[in-house]
Design a protein around this ligand. Structure first.
Ligand code: HEC
Ligand code: HEC
Ligand code: HEC
Ligand code: HEC
Ligand code: HEC
Ligand code: HEC
Ligand code: HEC
Ligand code: HEC
Length: 476
């Protein structure tokens, strides 16, 4: 061994400790730097150091997205040509994150959501409550028009009402415009033309599936006099059991199995989650055989759709019904489920009959010119509206989702009351018409009488005048 090498080894041995410590230190630094670079996000870093949006950063850090390195810019990054792009501290971003943005990574969910009635929440709202009808309804019950900063805000009463559930129309608008933003309505029409808002059910920035599977999430919009699904659910046996033991269920499993992870279904379990032979779906329309929300219930064959949009996947109502039945059959027998559907179908058919009868009464009044063409300016119109939109929906929804009190006391009982009131109102309108006719006859007759008396008086006066002047002349 040459002398130098021996010396070199000697030196190495002497400094062994230093070398080991030094190398370990360098390795540690490298690892820290590497870790930091993985977690680093210029957006989160600046917000954190500026002390803004800290809650958002916390939520995001606890999400699966943070684990998967999906960062602020993955969702908020935009190109300058995007209609809602803004320049922000050297970056081009968009505040609104649309189903199209999420769809870059979740194409299936975005596509299924896009074919469901959910994505049409704002489109249908604008269509069915068109310019002629909505302003009147609003001026009566919603607070009406208001001038803000010199501009007329037509939807003033609906911004925090209808539009919070249905979604605003952001076409050609930005997040600077308070008339359209903030909003998380289910069918929001986005600046990029896409429809809907994923954070209606997956609140930002946790985007959790646990939350979306809980009934309260749906209950934010599916409640109240005209669509009390959450109230019906909470009074059903399914809801009772959820309330009693739901806390101990496994809400976060990717494969969410009936009977294993949960004992009774929630809204999501029936309308969205996977069952044997039925895949998970974001199309809430795909398991429905009836249109239970409309004035007259029809089967969901996509044929009579007034907007011209096809809803759901184009399958027949029977196929859709079989999907829902497969969900029930994870926990119930076929006979139980088939018979339950028979019972609920009968409720829908009885409803259709009762509503049709009441509507005929009102239609006849209109044909006979006893009602104006304007909507919602006569009490009887409110009655007929509530009969289908409130009581009638409650009966139908209660029948299909195990809420007997909604079928009976909040449903058919009140429909009966409506029918009797409608009949009385119609009788009164007709009696009023008769009275008006009589009054008009009397008036004509009186007018004629007054005319004759007047004429006679004039004639008498004429005669008297002629007689008096004759007498005067003959005296002269
Ligand atoms: C140099 C610091 C800085 C950087 C870098 C930065 N931001 Fe911000 N950002 C801010 C501040 C400050 C606010 C204002 C917070 C407020 O309105 O309360 C803000 C607000 C926002 C808002 C809300 C805007 C609104 O109108 O509601 C969004 C969204 C946002 N930032 C996203 C991002 C994204 C995405 C990135 C990275 C591409 C980013 N920011 C980079 C400092 C920064
Ligand atoms: C997975 C996609 C996603 C990621 C990642 C994400 N956001 Fe968002 N962000 C959204 C959505 C969705 C909304 C709601 C806006 C909407 O409805 O379009 C939103 C809204 C916002 C808003 C406006 C709402 C408010 O409460 O002021 C801010 C600010 C914001 N995000 C900041 C951030 C920051 C900072 C990060 C990174 C820590 C981040 N976002 C990461 C999707 C995302
Ligand atoms: C850059 C890609 C990307 C974008 C953009 C993105 N995600 Fe994700 N997301 C992921 C990945 C990766 C996962 C984890 C794997 C999985 O579950 O698919 C995930 C998971 C999820 C989950 C499941 C979380 C859980 O608890 O299991 C939800 C819900 C979700 N994303 C919703 C959204 C929504 C809503 C948007 C738009 C606001 C969005 N994502 C945007 C990539 C993305
Ligand atoms: C932000 C409000 C909102 C939330 C949250 C919401 N929905 Fe809806 N949902 C609506 C609106 C509005 C409609 C009616 C849309 C229309 O008519 O265009 C609707 C319609 C539906 C329909 C009827 C679809 C059809 O084809 O007739 C079902 C089923 C449904 N929602 C289930 C759910 C479930 C399950 C959840 C929770 C996992 C949920 N919704 C959460 C607002 C919401
Ligand atoms: C609390 C949330 C909420 C509010 C507020 C709300 N809606 Fe709805 N709306 C819904 C839900 C949920 C449905 C679906 C009902 C169903 O299928 O049972 C619906 C259904 C509808 C439909 C039927 C669409 C169809 O497919 O036939 C129209 C139209 C409508 N709403 C208009 C309005 C108008 C106008 C207002 C305000 C005067 C309003 N909504 C207020 C949640 C809401
Ligand atoms: C009506 C409420 C609702 C809306 C709106 C919604 N989701 Fe979901 N999402 C859910 C539910 C419930 C689950 C859990 C399904 C299950 O039980 O497996 C889920 C699960 C997911 C998952 C996990 C994987 C999967 O498919 O099960 C992703 C990813 C996701 N959603 C993305 C999105 C995106 C993207 C959008 C917008 C296009 C969106 N969600 C809109 C309710 C919703
Ligand atoms: C046990 C399963 C089950 C549960 C739990 C359940 N639903 Fe339903 N839902 C149904 C069935 C069945 C129908 C009627 C199906 C048909 O039309 O064939 C229905 C109908 C509906 C409709 C009516 C759609 C229309 O035609 O207008 C809406 C909206 C709805 N459900 C929302 C919800 C919400 C929100 C929850 C939770 C609060 C919920 N459902 C809980 C089974 C369920
Ligand atoms: C995850 C399992 C599960 C699913 C899915 C499910 N159920 Fe149930 N259901 C139960 C349990 C558990 C009970 C309570 C049984 C008892 O009272 O002993 C119940 C009770 C019922 C009852 C009795 C209500 C009462 O007042 O006693 C009816 C009716 C019913 N379910 C119908 C359905 C229909 C229809 C569907 C599908 C649309 C369905 N269920 C889906 C588990 C389920």
């Amino acid at each position: 061994m040459p002398l130098q090498d021996a010396k070199f080894l000697e030196t190495l041995r002497a400094h062994k400790r230093m070398i080991v410590y030094g190398t370990s230190f360098l390795m540690l630094i490298t690892v820290i730097a590497l870790l930091a670079s993985v977690g680093a996000d210029p957006c989160a870093d600046c917000h954190e150091s500026s002390g803004v949006l800290l809650g958002i950063i916390d939520d995001w850090e606890s999400s699966e997205h943070a684990d998967e390195n999906v960062t602020c810019i993955s969702c908020h990054g935009a190109s300058a040509s995007d209609p809602d792009a803004i320049s922000h501290n050297g970056y081009t971003i968009a505040v609104v994150v649309t189903p199209e943005d999420c769809g870059q990574c979740h194409a299936t969910e975005a596509q299924q959501f896009g074919q469901s009635l959910h994505s049409l929440g704002a489109v249908y709202y604008e269509y069915l409550f068109s310019a002629e009808k909505l302003p009147f309804l609003e001026s009566q019950i919603e607070g009406g028009f208001i001038i803000v900063e010199g501009e007329e805000v037509i939807d003033a009463g609906t911004l925090r009402g209808c539009l919070s559930c249905h979604g605003t129309n952001m076409t050609g608008k930005t997040t600077e415009d308070f008339r359209v933003w903030p909003n998380n309505g289910i069918g929001r029409i986005n600046p990029d033309g896409s429809r809907g808002s994923c954070s209606a059910c997956h609140s930002r920035h946790t985007f959790s599936i646990e939350e979306a599977r809980h009934p309260e999430t749906c209950g934010q919009c599916h409640m109240g006099p005209d669509h009390p699904q959450i109230e019906i659910y909470m009074e059903s046996k399914h809801g009772n059991i959820y309330a009693a033991e739901g806390e101990s269920w496994n809400w976060g499993e990717d494969e969410w199995q009936a009977g294993v992870d949960f004992r009774t279904p929630t809204c999501a379990a029936c309308h969205m989650s996977a069952a044997s032979g039925v895949p998970v779906t974001h199309d809430v329309s795909s398991r429905l055989s009836w249109e239970l929300e409309s004035a007259i219930s029809r089967h969901t064959d996509n044929t009579a759709n007034s907007l011209g949009y096809s809803i759901s996947d184009g399958t027949s109502w029977e196929v859709k019904r079989d999907r829902m039945k497969a969900v029930c059959e994870q926990c119930h027998s076929t006979t139980w489920v088939d018979n339950y559907y028979e019972q609920a179908d009968i409720v829908v058919e009885i409803y259709n009959l009762k509503y049709t009868e009441a509507k005929a009464i009102v239609d006849e009044l209109r044909e006979d010119g006893l009602l104006t063409d304007e909507s919602f300016d006569e009490p009887i119109e409110f009655k007929l509206y509530e009969m289908w939109h409130h009581e009638g929906r409650r009966a139908r929804m209660g029948a299909f989702m195990m809420g007997p009190d909604y079928v009976q006391w909040h449903g058919f009982y009140e429909m009966l009351q409506d029918k009797i009131e409608i009949e009385h109102m119609a009788d009164e309108l007709r009696a009023q018409e008769q009275q008006d006719l009589k009054d008009a006859e009397t008036a004509t007759w009186l007018n004629a009488l007054i005319g004759i008396v007047l004429l006679e008086t004039i004639a008498m006066a004429g005669l008297l005048f002629a007689y008096v002047s004759q007498r005067k002349k003959s005296k002269e």
